[in-house]
Ligand binder design. Structure first.
Ligand code: CA
Ligand code: CA
Ligand code: CA
Length: 237
């Protein structure tokens, strides 16, 4: 009877531990975040430590970067960002840099239900279109479009691309934003970007933590079993 109780106890503990390990969290989880708050120097292409991963932002934009005041709402700030939202990234010479990209690398093995978003405006003749893309080989031969969005606001808008499940479960996915449609030939401020975010719906625990949970359950059961054996010996000695 007591032995059966012990295995029942172990099964319940194991199930609870596994449930805790795999349960998706209800709220959006921040995977990668660029808030441009560490500038000057300009541009601040470092990601913020409150994201799960902290890859640098890479770009081939050949124009001039400027440190601009934060965009007014909507500005796509992550709700628990400890930084004050004071800065954003300005782009000059957009017209001579059509097709320029901003990109970052992510290990998508633990990431489920991703979305890529950012805030942007367009002044006059700046970029008026952006395409989201991802690749599993750094755009050598693998390219998937997330769609194209129009940049229409002179103050600020948030653009969001849903990421299909095909981008999940891979060790090195590159997310890329490609900007086009700029017509200005002058070196004036043409676009302002802020708060580039990769959010996820849930996170799959690393294999190490699953093994840890299983070992924990086994250890608890073993401990209970030894206590039970000792108890039985005492009783029937
Ligand atoms: Ca900012
Ligand atoms: Ca920071
Ligand atoms: Ca930063």
């Amino acid at each position: 009877m007591k032995l059966r109780k012990c295995s029942l106890f172990a099964a319940v503990v194991g199930a609870l531990l596994l449930t805790a390990a795999f349960a998706p969290k209800a709220n959006a989880i921040l995977a990668v975040y660029y808030n441009f708050e560490d500038q000057p120097p300009v541009p601040d292409l470092t990601s913020e430590a409150i994201g799960l991963q902290t890859p640098p932002l890479q770009t081939n934009f050949g124009g001039t970067f400027t440190d601009e005041p934060a965009l007014i709402a909507p500005n796509n700030v992550f709700p628990t960002d400890p930084d004050m939202n004071l800065h954003s990234l300005g782009l000059k010479d957009s017209g001579a840099n059509n097709g320029a990209y901003f990109q970052f690398h992510v290990n998508t093995n633990p990431l489920v239900g991703m979305s890529l978003s950012f805030a942007i405006n367009s002044m006059g003749n700046g970029y008026n279109s952006v395409e989201g893309l991802y690749s599993n080989d750094g755009f050598v031969s693998d390219t998937h479009s997330l769609g194209t969005a129009s940049i229409t606001s002179s103050t600020s808008q948030v653009i969001t691309f849903a990421v299909p499940a095909g981008a999940e479960g891979q060790s090195d996915i590159t997310f890329r934003l490609v900007f086009t449609g700029a017509t200005s030939s002058g070196n004036n401020l043409q676009n302002v970007i802020d708060n580039i975010r990769l959010d996820v719906r849930s996170v799959i625990p690393e294999p190490a933590s699953v093994v840890g949970a299983l070992l924990g359950a086994c250890g608890l059961c073993w401990n209970q079993r030894r206590r039970l054996i000792r108890l039985l010996r005492l009783r029937y000695a």
